[in-house]
Design a protein around this ligand. Structure first.
Ligand SMILES: [Zn+2]
Length: 93
């Protein structure tokens, strides 16, 4: 469920919780990965979060990208994004 993904996202904001402790709400695997994509200066963009096991996940648009968080710039070549983010099935609210 979409809401479960938001809960996972909030968990990943807590630096004491490892990403590997997060469980996929779709298949139960602990293989969640995420990537911010956005404008480097404004640090506004979107978040893709997916499970590397079942390739399902969410796309959250218009998020503020936290300072220091690794991000892909809108200016980067498209291959940077396609190499990093798999073609996953989006769970919608
Ligand atoms: Zn999964």
């Amino acid at each position: 469920m979409f809401q479960d993904w938001l809960t996972i996202y909030k968990k990943t904001r807590d630096s004491t919780i490892l990403k590997s402790d997060c469980i996929c709400p779709e298949c139960g695997a602990n293989s969640i990965d995420l990537q911010f994509v956005g404008d480097i200066r404004e640090r506004i963009g979107y978040l893709d979060m997916w499970c590397t096991t079942c390739l399902r996940g969410v796309h959250i648009s218009r998020v503020l990208i936290p300072e220091g968080e690794p991000m892909i710039s809108f200016d980067d070549p498209i291959s940077t994004m396609t190499d990093r983010i798999p073609d996953f099935k989006q769970i919608t609210p």
